[in-house]
Ligand binder design. Structure first.
Ligand code: FMN
Length: 379
């Protein structure tokens, strides 16, 4: 059982020697430091959301309305944060969400994330949009639980190729993202005229696929050519339950549907051979005006499938809130991307260790020793 809280002891011990770690400990500081490092347009791309960002902001504030009632006089010397997800034994109830620009915020960013996940044995989902092909990512993640995240394309043959490659590469699950039939309306990116994929970036999975090359019509398409072909194929707005059934037939990988927020959709998923749900509003990046993601969690859980939850999780207490509400895993996006920006795998590890230490020490303070002890109250 991992002793996550001891991370804090090491930091104070170093303080005695006047040594201070250069990575920040709060989301706010991580974001501020990342802003200093990243190119302005790329920072806006990561930080920004849809519309006036009401939903993105509400994701964070609404989650904070939930909390715990501490218990006292119970032995809390050992806390157990372990859990199981789709048959995998996990040390912690945390999952890194797929992020399409990991390969841009840091050199070899996709692989650095996988290395951090391997080091801490933390679960992760890896985006279709990456600078490293999925096969290299599968190798870099070691024994950690890894799902390949699929953006279904307009070309079913290309989509199915990606699924088969993920299967062959040894991924543990397939996550199909449903909320990105087209890109959301993102004023920050519109102001900058910036979308990295159109410039041919993060298309490694496409450029290593024979069907994509065939659709490009030339063997080594220059970046702009690849970007334009990608744009014409991204993504399939008519993607439906029939497509889920088709993908179900071509792979035995457990399927996670990402972006399900309605209880009826969750129930339908349960009858369609889907294995888990990622309850998420894409961090508020796709549709503004939606309710904060946490509002949907209870309804989605009712379907009885294992659920991961993301959109607004910022620290270790948020992880506990989400798990206390019934999600199996709490997902994070921007927090680890900022860690990656600042220090590659070491930066991601720092963010993960900080979150898990905070979760563990909060449980200790409240005399809660297992995840089953977490009972969340809304104020
Ligand atoms: C810069 C950025 C890129 C993202 N790219 C993807 C992606 O390629 N596929 C996907 O399913 N979700 C993507 N997401 C959404 C995340 O997987 C996740 O749902 C979201 O970041 C969670 O919200 P949080 O950032 O508030 O933690 C992206 C999010 C960010 C911030």
């Amino acid at each position: 059982m991992a002793d996550y809280g001891s991370f804090q002891d090491g930091i104070y011990a170093e303080g005695l020697l006047a040594k201070h770690r250069h990575f920040p400990y709060t989301f706010r500081d991580l974001e501020a430091r990342a802003q200093q490092v990243l190119d302005h347009s790329l920072f806006d791309y990561v930080r920004g959301g849809a519309g006036d960002e009401t939903t993105q902001d509400a994701n964070v504030t609404e989650l904070r309305r939930y909390g715990f009632v501490p218990r006292m006089l119970r032995d809390r010397s050992v806390r157990d944060l372990s859990t199981t997800f789709l048959g995998a034994e996990l040390d912690a109830p945390l999952i890194l969400c797929p992020v399409g620009v990991n390969g841009l915020v840091h050199e070899n960013g996709d692989l650095e994330v996988a290395r951090a996940a391997a080091e801490l044995n933390v679960a992760a989902m890896y985006s279709t949009l990456s600078e490293a092909p999925l096969e290299e990512i599968a190798d870099a993640r070691g024994d950690s639980f890894a799902a390949f995240q699929l953006y279904p394309t307009k070309d079913d043959q290309l989509t199915d190729n990606l699924v088969r490659r993920a299967d062959k590469a040894g991924f543990d699950a397939l996550t199909i993202t449903l909320d990105t039939g087209s890109l959301g309306w993102r004023p920050r990116d519109l102001r900058n005229g910036y979308i990295p994929f159109l410039r041919g970036r993060c298309l490694a999975n496409y450029l290593t696929d024979p069907r994509f090359i065939e659709l490009c019509g030339v063997d080594n398409p220059p970046p702009l050519h690849a970007g334009i072909v990608w744009s014409s194929l991204f993504s399939k707005p008519t993607f439906s339950w029939d497509d889920v059934a088709r993908i179900r037939r071509i792979t035995d990988l457990p399927i996670i549907l990402k972006g399900i927020c309605h209880a009826e959709d969750a129930r339908k998923a349960a009858t369609e051979g889907v294995d888990a749900i990622a309850c998420s509003n894409h961090g508020g990046r796709q549709a503004n005006g939606g309710l904060p993601a946490v509002s949907h969690l209870e309804g989605v859980l009712d379907a009885g499938l294992p659920v991961t939850f993301d959109s607004g999780v910022r620290d270790g207490v948020d992880v506990l809130r989400v798990v206390g509400l019934g999600a199996t895993l709490a997902g994070i996006g921007r927090p680890y991307v900022y860690g990656l920006t600042l220090g590659g795998a070491a930066g991601v590890e720092h963010v993960l260790r900080s979150m898990l230490a905070e979760a563990d020490l909060t449980m200790a303070a409240d005399c809660l020793t297992t995840l089953a002890d977490l009972h969340v109250v809304k104020r």
